[in-house]
Ligand binder design. Structure first.
Ligand code: GLU
Length: 306
């Protein structure tokens, strides 16, 4: 068996398994400061990667320029540093990769997998699944949104927390946008392209992104990419039962309070407690005790967080 076989597993001291070439990541968008919900994702993706003997990297997903919140990128990076969540490779900023995404769009155009769409949000109304109105109009690409065609395939993936998740592409999702009319590269395209070229093998992220996964698997299939493993974490909620997000004014993490917040994040994930210490030491303990099976098996964490 070759070491490059991604399914090769070896026993690990803590009873876990080393997965050869496990590469995990944390990929925040700087649309607001880091909050407790994002900390849970960062910690879980880090501990999953490290407990499998893997590497972990940070990527800043900043293609959606109008939604960038001033100062949030600095806050995210400062917090990650304070929490000792260090990327194993230099941080990738998607804003530096725009030409590459265009190159991939050209590839998809040559494969006749994308088309220009002139439908506005208003025209689509409350219809969330695109009906393919512009699919056969052969509109010029200039100044239009670009959509990728989906087929009638039923895409299923096994999620260790959420179980089997299936979506019929045409009926549940519809053709989706890869580049907006204003030229902004959509998250769906950038995330798939970068997961592939950064060699990501395992994606650990919030359950709010569950419905995007089939789209991303489909896009990866069109581009001939490797299939990834996915784990979607239950979401931390506020006292009003809303998921923590900057829209709900979730509190920005205080990097000066890193040890205590780290302890709370580990506890929220139902892991064995870690002693208050320097975050680096705490993370080491968390990795050695990590048990993904203990993470609550639903889409929301019980308990309220700020
Ligand atoms: N950038 C996305 C976000 O901040 C996460 C992307 C992902 O983990 O796939 O919500």
């Amino acid at each position: 068996m070759s070491i490059s076989n991604p399914s090769l597993t070896l026993p690990l001291e803590n009873g876990g398994k080393v997965v050869a070439n496990y590469v995990g990541r944390f990929a925040p968008s700087p649309t607001g400061p880091l909050h407790f919900g994002s900390l849970i994702t960062a910690v879980a993706s880090y501990c999953e990667a490290k407990s499998h003997g893997g590497s972990w990297l940070v990527r800043i997903e900043d293609t959606d320029i109008p939604r960038i919140y001033p100062g949030s990128e600095e806050h995210i990076l400062r917090c990650l540093d304070a929490f000792a969540l260090h990327s194993d490779v230099p941080i990738l900023f998607q804003r530096d990769c725009l030409d590459y995404y265009d190159h991939i769009l050209e590839q998809l155009a040559l494969q006749d997998q994308i088309y220009a769409c002139q439908c506005t949000r208003k025209m689509l109304g409350s219809n969330h699944i695109y009906q393919g109105t512009c699919r056969n109009l052969a509109l010029p690409f200039q100044d239009q949104a670009l959509r990728v065609k989906v087929s009638d395939l039923n895409i299923c993936f096994e999620d260790p927390i959420q179980g089997t998740h299936c979506s019929r592409l045409d009926q549940d999702l519809g053709d989706f946008v890869l580049k907006r009319r204003d030229g902004i590269i959509n998250y769906q395209l950038a995330v798939v392209v970068d997961d592939e070229r950064q060699g990501i093998t395992h994606v650990v992220r919030g359950a709010d992104l569950l419905d995007n996964t089939a789209r991303q698997i489909w896009l990866g299939m069109l581009l001939g990419y490797r299939r990834l493993a996915y784990m979607h974490l239950p979401l931390a909620m506020n006292a009003n039962g809303q998921k923590l997000s900057k829209q709900n004014l979730a509190h920005a993490l205080d990097p000066n309070n890193a040890p205590r917040l780290l302890q709370q994040a580990i506890q929220a994930l139902h892991q064995a407690p870690v002693d208050l210490d320097h975050p680096e030491v705490m993370l080491r303990q968390a990795v050695s005790q990590w048990n993904a099976e203990a993470i609550p098996k639903n889409t929301m964490l019980s308990g309220h967080y700020l």
